[in-house]
Design a protein around this ligand. Structure first.
Ligand SMILES: [Zn+2]
Length: 203
């Protein structure tokens, strides 16, 4: 299905792009909370930056911060007490919002600027409508981009038993809305992640 799959994906992109974004009847407070939660690590309140991960509740985190909490065996709030091993989270393979890094570079904050990720099919920003993550491949797409077989990832066509609705019904980030400077030194982050992963493998 190699070439055909690509054609199908392009055709679906076109057809979805022409559809109107369906707004459901959620409250504006709920929508606002979801927009906030799409920009902040649910654990730390820091600005979300790649690599990111989610848990089975659909909360979003900075992957490095979750790994650090696990390695340090930090005592976490009850809401996050399930974060005890790497397998509790899914490392996301999201599509970076081109506007996001520029925004971070300029402002060093992401109060309510662009979301870090967009749907690769509809280009809708994370948080602006319902999104899902496929546990098998980690791809993140808007719900409206998912075809009739709801467990098939529309990006890679892999089947996933678990499909996680992101940011659904969560009250967003706790009041940790403090703005912190953003570290954008990627190579340093890569080294820290490798070190954390090595420490977890030894356990
Ligand atoms: Zn996929």
């Amino acid at each position: 299905m190699g070439a055909d799959g690509g054609t199908d994906l392009r055709a679906r992109k076109l057809s979805v792009a022409t559809k109107k974004v369906v707004r459901n009847s959620e409250s504006s407070a709920g929508a606002e909370a979801r927009l906030q939660a799409a920009r902040r690590c649910a654990l730390s309140g820091h600005v979300l930056q790649e690599p990111m991960c989610c848990d089975s509740n659909g909360d979003l985190f900075n992957y490095e911060e979750v790994l650090t909490a696990i390695v340090d065996q930090r005592e976490l709030p009850a809401r996050f007490s399930h974060l005890t091993s790497r397998s509790a989270v899914l490392k996301l393979q999201g599509t970076t919002n081109p506007a996001y890094q520029t925004f971070l570079d300029l402002n060093n904050t992401a109060a309510l600027g662009p979301a870090p990720l967009i749907c690769p099919i509809t280009s809708v920003e994370l948080g602006a409508s319902a999104f899902v993550a496929f546990w098998t491949c980690g791809h993140v797409v808007s719900k409206e981009a998912v075809g009739s077989s709801t467990h098939t990832c529309p990006v890679c066509e892999e089947h996933s038993v678990r499909v996680i609705p992101l940011l659904s019904g969560r009250q967003g980030v706790q009041s940790a809305a403090r703005t912190r400077p953003v570290q954008t030194v990627t190579s340093g982050k890569d080294r820290r992640l490798k070190r954390l992963n090595r420490r977890l493998e030894k356990k």
